[in-house]
Design a protein. Structure first.
Lengths: 552, 192
């Protein structure tokens, strides 16, 4: 167990550090740990507060309906339109955890690796017309050692599956115990000749690295793990970073701008503290890990005469190619209680339709997993089938009947990168600090919805084969909100069409680096955290190496 | 409100299992909740609603989640107190909708019987009036806040003694061990 024996490093006001990292989520935590462990001084600036265990709760109302601990309640509004021909409406569509640990602190904890095929689909299948589908400038083999590093340094539980890409080490922990949803799903899937397998999760199935195993409380999604059994930036990486003595995590520090000098090098960042006083934090290098919404916004807010369209944006693609992953599904009712309110969100999945199959007539693929994913209030509002009464004695009876006998097959898909899907600065709307808000254009590509419909049909077949009494779903329609914020500062070899190179260094600013969901070239099949984590481990190693060789 | 079902067999299956979750609850808790609600009828005090509004809206939410079958509903859960508290805080924007809803229900009640307010009508009459307004936005607000008041943590003023969670069978333990439900227990070779 990494316990802080003494207070972690505290830098003085205006004291220059080697690296300032913006954001403490999945990528920021890993980056801090890697750079601090390599001996560099690291200051992590996190806009949100740092919560401690006594402050943890399971308050569905606060998190899901009042936006507590997220950017929904922080005075940071957004504007949204589906396409460039639609009018703007004020609406928050890009959602993230606004605390130390980021969204990663309260996520479902699915951890899917990409496969070799994810890295070069543009070459193999062609780029669908009107899209920006591109190959990664990396291969699976380049990233595999870091997927494995993430497995073992974070703590991932799982078991080999039939379609697994090669792995250099096994899972460090066996899968979590299967839930009723997983048993039924497996039964149905197997009877159809499919290949169900355990879900790889960033949740301890055993004691690991001094943290206890999951206690199956059922509150993973939206809430912090008081048992520290979830293998997150917050509990697995930041404490290690702090224990080096080289790293300070500074919460309530909202970075407004990356500063540069006349030579075009980053000099540090300007940020607001908890009292909204502005400070300049000097650093020898800046690493942005602020998520796929805030990282591009920060760059766009950091324009200079040299970079009139946003810092590091000579390509013009900062903010563009925003991808959400598709998320749709189908619910099923079973005869006996499943009690899905217990334990982790999901324990079984099928990846039989992971690959793009040109014979289907559309790009993309994805996976289906078995879960429930509803807490009581949401269930009361929308958990019953669409034809159920919405009030009265029968509505009440059905709530009692359905809650513990229902499961939900979640469909996760690719999203195509579109140049028109993206983030810009709003010319008028300002946040509570006076900074320009983001405005978001996003509409799923028709192929994304085709994958969604295809997998919802397959999921429906699995529920039927599993012996469900009835099933229901909502139509597959374009999404208007997202927690996966991807693609907006994409990696590439060509500075004209990408923002960062394969060392996560921005093409334009030699001591400015980016690693978070914005780095992704393609969307993954729907569980991007594993890839973001692997990229962060790799980037941390590359950046430390560049620093050691004096090349920053 | 139409209650279309796919088959009569489904209806029988559902009604046969009605209140199944309550079979797991402590019968004494259920009796206590009902007795408490009965004892407080007509004696509630509110902070942000008038006594008239509170009485009308409490009667309305008691039709959204009724206790006709002898199991606790929105009245017993204290949903009206969730609403009363919410409209003074995070739900302040919904206060006009509740005022409109209460006024409209009492106006329509007076049309039925000039001497009656909504809360004094029979449940059947109340349901009839609610059906007449169920497409109105303020009814949607009432329904939404009823779900919140029934299923949010009790610290918000509703879900008294967790009767809402007991209704649906949401567990209240801090941790669990496998097996979790019928099917994984069965697969593990045990019963439940």
């Amino acid at each position: 167990m990494i316990r802080r024996q003494q207070p972690s490093r505290r830098f003085g006001a205006g004291e220059q550090v080697d690296f300032v990292i913006v954001g403490s989520g999945a990528a920021g935590g890993i980056m801090a740990k890697e750079l601090a462990s390599a001996g560099y001084t690291v200051l992590v600036l996190e806009q949100g507060p740092r919560l401690s265990v006594p402050e943890y709760d399971h308050d569905e109302m606060a998190f899901f309906f009042l936006g507590a601990r997220t950017n929904l309640s922080s005075g940071q509004p957004q504007q949204f339109r589906p396409t460039p021909s639609d009018p703007w409406q004020q609406r928050n569509v890009l959602l993230y955890g606004r605390t130390v640990g980021g969204s990663n602190a309260h996520f479902t904890a699915n951890m899917w690796r990409m496969r070799p095929s994810d890295f070069n689909e543009a070459s193999v299948h062609g780029t669908p017309s009107g899209t920006g589908l591109a190959d990664w400038p990396l291969t699976y083999d380049d990233l595999e050692p870091y997927y494995t590093k993430a497995d073992w340094e974070l703590g991932i539980s799982g078991a080999p599956g039939p379609f697994d890409p090669p792995r250099s080490r096994p899972y460090p922990m066996p899968p979590l115990p299967v839930k009723s949803s997983g048993v039924l799903f497996e039964r149905g899937a197997r009877s159809l000749g499919l290949h169900p397998e355990p879900t790889p999760m960033a949740i301890n199935s055993q004691s690991y690295n001094g943290r206890p195993p999951c206690q199956h409380c059922g509150w993973c999604l939206g809430f912090f793990c008081e048992f520290r059994a979830k293998s997150t930036s917050m509990d697995a990486m930041l404490p290690v970073a702090e224990a080096t003595g080289n790293c300070e995590i500074r919460p309530d520090s909202y970075v407004a701008k990356v500063e540069t000098n006349a030579a075009g090098r980053a000099t540090g960042v300007t940020y607001f503290d908890g009292d909204r006083n502005e400070h300049f934090q000097p650093a020898r290098a800046v690493v942005l890990c602020a998520n796929g919404a805030e990282t591009p916004r920060l760059l766009l807010n950091s324009s200079t005469p040299r970079f009139p369209d946003g810092l590091a944006n000579s390509s013009g693609v900062v903010g563009k190619y925003l991808m959400f992953n598709g998320n749709w599904g189908v619910s099923g009712l079973f005869e006996h209680p499943l009690n899905e309110y217990k334990s982790v969100q999901t324990t079984r999945m099928v990846l039989d339709w992971y690959e793009t199959d040109p014979a289907r007539g559309f790009y993309g693929g994805g996976g289906i997993d078995a879960r429930f994913q509803q807490y009581p209030i949401l269930f009361g509002l929308s958990g019953l089938p669409p034809d159920a009464p919405t009030w009265g004695a029968k509505y009440k009876r059905m709530l009692a009947e359905y809650y513990n006998r229902t499961m939900y097959l979640a469909v996760h898909t690719t999203s195509l990168p579109l140049e028109t899907n993206g983030i810009e600065l709003d010319p008028d709307l300002k946040d509570a600090w006076g900074l320009p808000c983001m405005r978001v254009t996003y509409r799923d590509h028709d192929d994304d919805m085709s994958v969604g419909r295809f997998l919802v049909e397959r999921a429906s077949e699995i529920l039927e084969a599993a012996g469900g009494q009835r099933q229901w779903s909502l139509p597959v329609t374009p999404q208007t909100s997202a927690v996966h914020l991807l693609g907006t500062c994409r990696m590439g070899r060509d500075a004209a069409t990408s923002v960062i190179d394969t060392n996560h260094r921005t093409h334009d600013v030699p001591n400015l680096f980016i690693c978070d969901g914005s780095s992704l070239v393609t969307s993954t099949r729907g569980q991007p955290t594993m890839t973001i984590s692997a990229l962060a481990f790799r980037a941390g190693e590359r950046i430390a190496d560049l620093a050691r060789r004096g090349e920053i | 409100m139409s209650e279309r079902l796919n088959s009569r067999r489904e209806f029988l299956a559902l009604s046969g299992a009605a209140g199944a979750a309550f079979l797991l609850a402590d019968a004494a808790d259920v009796r206590e909740a009902l007795a408490w609600a009965a004892s407080r009828r007509g004696q509630q005090s509110y902070t942000n609603l008038s006594a008239r509004q509170g009485a009308t809206l409490e009667a309305a939410v008691a039709r959204i989640l009724p206790s006709d079958d002898g199991t606790p509903g929105a009245r017993e859960a204290g949903v009206i107190h969730f609403i009363d508290r919410a409209i003074g805080g995070f739900g302040a924007g919904a206060k006009p909708a509740f005022e409109q809803c209460a006024a409209e229900l009492d106006r329509r009640a007076a049309e039925v019987d000039a001497s009656q307010t909504f809360d004094a009508l029979s449940p059947e009459r109340q349901d009839g009036l609610l059906r007449a307004i169920e497409q109105e936005p303020y009814f949607g607000t009432l329904r939404t806040f009823t779900a919140g008041g029934m299923f949010a943590m009790p610290s918000y003023g509703g879900n008294r003694d967790h009767v809402g969670w007991t209704l649906i069978g949401q567990g209240r333990e801090p941790l669990y061990t496998a097996p979790f439900g019928y099917y994984d227990a069965q697969a593990a070779g045990g019963g439940q």
